[in-house]
Design a protein around this ligand. Structure first.
Ligand code: URA
Length: 481
């Protein structure tokens, strides 16, 4: 009997080299025992295992086998590595074996592979970084603790290096520490205990989580399936979850009570009063005159059902102008831009990025709320190209008055109004484009897109992108000051 000890790092490569050698010598599966380093003290040595008569044959495998074998080598499942070797011998003899799902070994392999992929997915979703940046450090530094079910660290390093390539980080697991520093990824096999981690970002993250938690969409079973309790101990938001669940019914009832309604009768009277001003000439009285004139706007049919036009707000000498899509339900009733959930999320992310909202002029590409009535609710609808161009008249006036150094366009509508281009925002975000008004326009995603994103992983990813865009804007402004 031969015993092969595989290292904790480079496991698959070591298995592949040894398995290829053993297979070439015709060593049958029952003559080999595979163990992981640390699990048994045996040293790797090729010895006197029985060989069959076809010694030193050429072993080739189909290309879908190595990725599966790599997953088997990561499995913390008894017999998984033996299974990989048995399958290696069989696929080298029987092409197409892996397509035969009725084969018990293929079926078992698929089952194990599925679990490993699930573990990898959970790691992507539940790694939470805490900031530990030292004073004066050039790059921000983060640490995370994660306990995977399987030995997936080597499979995941590349993913985290790509996703968090702009910072230094370490992900510590009980057996492996992954260090990512100045763009270089290094893995170290060391045993670790959960470090004591807490930072300020944690409080922000909790506020954000509590804000995006929608009690009306709560499905406890689905939530527990997607976010099993065993991961909770390492999630900062976990201690909020029991309360959020407990309060969900009451919050839904409250949401029903306060659900947005059609504009109140009082609003119709206000509109009537404003009607007289609809053709008011554009005042030369700066922003104040502009917002008075805007009140009477009837340039497009959106003015009819909305409560009021929502003007921009902020200092007349702002360096930065921030442009969203259109007022939402809250803004329509309150008469100010970005005061609803999207605005609150924006304020949170902008604050983190060092952007002061009060120093910027904040407005929308379209000044009236466009919605569809469903029951008692007013559901947001995106403005179309015509409505965007009609309303550009107001945006042009605002830009002419403020003359900002930079405009931040949030979302596709703002991007279209400011650049004339309607190409998708995802491929354009994070970039500066030439604006129609001679002012550079920096593009990012709209905060509502983050709030509406149902997939937590995509939501995290998009939030990270917006955060990094806002930081880029803050840097740009600091450099231009
Ligand atoms: N979304 C916007 O684009 N603007 C607002 O003012 C509110 C939500």
């Amino acid at each position: 009997m031969k015993t092969i000890t595989l290292p904790r790092l480079g496991t698959f490569e070591a298995w592949r080299d040894a398995a290829r050698d053993l297979a070439a010598q015709g060593v049958p599966p029952e003559a080999v025992t595979w163990v992981m380093e640390g699990d048994a003290p045996t040293l790797f040595e090729l010895g006197s295992a029985p060989r069959d008569a076809r010694a030193k044959r050429e072993v080739t495998v189909p290309k879908d086998f190595p990725p599966l074998a790599r997953l088997l080598c990561a499995a913390r499942v008894p017999g998984a590595i033996d299974l990989a070797y048995r399958l290696l011998l069989r696929v080298s003899e029987t092409r197409g074996l892996l397509k035969n799902r009725a084969d018990p070994e293929v079926a078992r392999t698929e089952g194990i592979a599925k679990n490993i992929r699930r573990d990898m997915h959970k790691m992507k979703a539940f790694v939470r970084f805490r900031e530990v940046t030292a004073e004066g450090a050039a790059r921000r530094q983060f640490v995370s603790w994660f306990e995977p079910d399987h030995r997936i660290e080597e499979l995941m390093g590349g993913f985290f290096a790509r996703r968090f390539g702009d910072m230094n980080w370490a992900i510590i697991t009980p057996e492996i520490t992954m260090h990512f520093k100045e763009g270089d990824l290094r893995l170290e096999a060391v045993t670790s205990k959960k470090p004591d981690l807490e930072d300020e970002t944690e409080a922000l993250w909790k506020t954000y989580y509590a804000n995006i938690f929608n009690p009306a969409r709560l499905k406890v079973k689905a939530m527990q399936a997607e976010m099993p309790k065993k991961y909770w101990k390492n999630l900062p938001e976990a201690d909020l979850i029991p309360d959020l669940i407990a309060q969900a019914d009451a919050r839904v009832a409250e949401m029903r009570e306060t659900a947005p309604t059609l504009p109140p009768v009082r609003a119709a009277r206000v509109l009537d009063r404003l009607q007289g001003q609809q053709d008011a000439p554009l005042s030369a009285d700066g922003l104040e005159g502009l917002s008075q004139a805007l009140k009477g706007c009837r340039r497009c049919p959106l003015a009819g059902p909305a409560t009021q036009a929502v003007p921009g707000e902020g200092p007349e000498d702002a360096d930065l102008m921030i442009v969203g899509e259109q007022p939402g339900d809250r803004e329509d009733l309150g008469g100010r831009p970005f005061i609803g959930p999207a605005g609150q999320l924006f304020d949170l992310l902008a604050g983190e990025a060092g952007l002061e909202r009060g120093a910027a002029y904040v407005t929308n590409a379209v000044k009236h709320f466009k919605f569809q009535v469903r029951g008692k609710r007013r559901i947001h609808q995106s403005p179309n190209g015509n409505e965007i161009s009609h309303c550009r008249w107001w945006l042009d006036q605002e830009i002419a008055l403020i003359r900002p150094k930079l405009i931040l366009a949030m979302g596709a509508t703002a991007a279209q109004a400011l650049t004339g281009q309607s190409k998708g925002i995802l491929s354009r975000r994070g970039c500066m484009e030439n604006g129609l008004h001679g002012v550079p326009v920096f593009l990012t995603l709209h905060p509502s897109a983050l709030l509406r994103q149902p997939n937590p992983e995509s939501r995290d990813e998009q939030t990270r992108l917006v955060r990094s865009d806002l930081r880029a804007v803050a840097h740009w402004l600091a450099a231009a000051a």
